[in-house]
Design a protein around this ligand. Structure first.
Ligand SMILES: [Zn+2]
Length: 260
């Protein structure tokens, strides 16, 4: 089982080494901005590295929304990030499930997701797995609660779609971590990546506030149990910089044992 961290994008491989990480996740552009990613000069080195790479798409992307001025550029930006992530040899592009505005029909939001994959298919399809991530907050989210996730997966039935399970988002979003992997897999059939984070917010608080694994409101053993059940690679998106994340990675290795 490959374990790593979300790191600064300047030199992801150095960040991996500093944390003794076997995987890293990073951004290819400002996560709060709409700028398309630029080609990276270290693309060859990244592709050849013995570290598994994941790219997280900007937070501004919301392909589900009924607002054209957000949805249309979101689709374009997602495709741009997919191309750029594939160019560095990433194993997946993680994107949040998104939401519709209050009063808008979530059914249209799910169909907008389907249209996003259809739009990508028109230009040959996404060049790497797209991993849709569950989110913590909002009343109109596509991937906060499992009933919504099931409708999203129904809408995307024709397409190859991956899933990234964030333990902080699930807990804060109101989904019990106990037995969660089985309930998710019954819907998605797969979990491609675990975002292993503890939560500063309480259960069902809707707050997206990550904490280190042995802090926060989640029993750390539950996070470990999720990872074990999923059998998927792990990225910690926890605070504390190099030291804090290295400690979280070491904690997981200690809990998961040498066979992990
Ligand atoms: Zn996450």
């Amino acid at each position: 089982m490959r374990i790593g961290a979300h790191v600064d994008p300047t030199d992801p491989l150095a960040e991996a080494a500093a944390r003794d990480a076997e995987a890293v996740q990073f951004f290819l552009a400002d996560p709060q901005g709409w700028k398309a990613p630029k080609p990276r000069e270290d693309a060859d080195r990244l592709r050849a590295a013995d570290v598994d790479l994941y790219v997280h798409a900007p937070y501004v992307i919301n392909v589900a929304t009924l607002n054209n001025r957000i949805r249309i550029p979101s689709r374009k930006l997602l495709l741009g990030h997919a191309a750029a992530a594939a160019a560095v040899g990433a194993r997946g592009l993680i994107v949040h499930g998104g939401h519709v505005n209050a009063g808008d029909d979530l059914t249209v939001g799910f169909d907008n997701w389907r249209k996003t994959f259809a739009y990508a298919a028109d230009s040959g399809g996404f060049p790497l797995p797209i991993l849709i991530e569950n989110t913590a907050g909002g009343d109109n989210a596509c991937a906060r609660h499992l009933d919504a996730l099931a409708r999203l997966w129904d809408a995307l039935g024709d397409y190859e779609v991956g899933f990234c399970l964030d333990t902080c988002h699930a807990h804060a979003g109101g989904e019990d971590l106990l037995g969660l992997v089985d309930r998710v897999k019954a819907i998605t059939g797969r979990i491609d990546l675990i975002h292993a984070n503890n939560s500063k917010g309480a259960f069902n608080s809707g707050q997206d506030r990550h904490d280190n694994l042995t802090g926060g409101t989640i029993d750390p053993e539950l996070v470990v149990a999720v990872i074990r059940a999923a059998g998927a690679p792990v990225i910690v998106e926890t605070p504390g910089g190099t030291e804090g994340q290295a400690a979280d990675i070491a904690f997981l290795r200690g809990q998961l044992g040498p066979t992990a």
